[in-house]
Design a protein around this ligand. Structure first.
Ligand SMILES: [Fe+2]
Ligand SMILES: [Fe+2]
Length: 261
């Protein structure tokens, strides 16, 4: 099976790119399942019901989240009923939503797990390693392949999880930093990995935000309401191919498109 995983969709710019470009990319890459990280999809922070529907209508099958999961209060109204939406599985017990799901498409079942890191993330979370073990043990009997979106800041934590899960899942993809890394690989045991998939949104800001605001923030420390940057846009993703019988990854390819929008 072929899976397209799209890096953090940032604000309206990211959604405009998806609506305008995803169909053409699908003709070129012909994936079976498309997943996107959507933690920044509404105005750069969080997600709303309407924004989630808009992304699904572009042809995305499932959405993952991250440290901005709760940025919009209205998510509490729909997270439990929205089938294609997962938040980090290692969030504290009892919070709304789910951390894993099975995407069943054309007779292929892909297990999807979302996890959040604990290094420089400032979020209450259980151990992502032990949570991954638990979630995989539930999914592995029912799925042809398993993909983990590890939403984390530290490169080391992402690499450690990828090696910890080596041979147990088809792919570990990092999200959160908004900058695509060039370290994609498939291990000998058939696990694809990339430290960070990158971002889909404004290409000319600083991780999506207007440059001057981020620079001012570093110099003055004063609080400011961040605006998405203007200018060109980008779509960052990875295309992962797995063997349908074994679930092992065969290939991971980076996608990094830049558009005038
Ligand atoms: Fe993000
Ligand atoms: Fe994030």
């Amino acid at each position: 099976m072929k899976i397209l995983f799209i890096g953090d969709i940032f604000a309206k710019a990211g959604r405009v790119i998806l609506a305008g470009k995803l169909e053409k990319l699908k003709r070129a890459y012909n994936w079976d399942i498309c997943i996107a990280n959507a933690e920044n999809s509404a105005g750069g922070k969080g997600i709303t019901y309407n924004v989630a529907q808009e992304i699904f209508e572009c042809g995305v099958d499932a959405l993952t989240l991250g440290n901005h999961t709760w940025a919009r209060r209205e998510i509490l109204n729909f997270i439990d009923s929205c089938n294609g939406l997962v938040r980090p599985a290692n969030y504290p017990r009892g919070v709304p939503g789910k951390g894993r799901l099975i995407i069943d498409k054309n007779g292929i079942k892909l297990g999807l797990i979302n996890l959040i890191g604990r290094v420089y993330m400032d979020q209450p979370a259980e151990c992502p390693f032990l949570t991954a073990d638990k979630e995989i043990s539930i999914l592995k009997q029912q799925c042809n392949a398993i993909l983990v979106d590890f939403h984390a800041e530290a490169t080391s934590e992402k690499a450690a999880l990828a090696y910890y899960l080596d041979g147990k899942v088809s792919a570990v993809v990092g999200t959160h930093t908004h900058v695509q890394t060039a370290d994609e690989r498939v291990s000998n045991n058939g696990t694809a990995f990339i430290t960070d998939v990158g971002m889909t949104g404004p290409a000319e800001g600083i991780i999506g935000v207007e440059r001057s605001q981020i620079i001012n923030k570093f110099i003055t420390g004063l609080p400011e309401r961040f605006k998405p940057a203007n200018g060109r846009g980008c779509l960052n993703a990875v295309l992962i191919t797995t063997d349908d019988t074994s679930g092992k990854a065969i290939e991971i390819k980076r996608v990094a498109e830049v558009y005038d929008i």
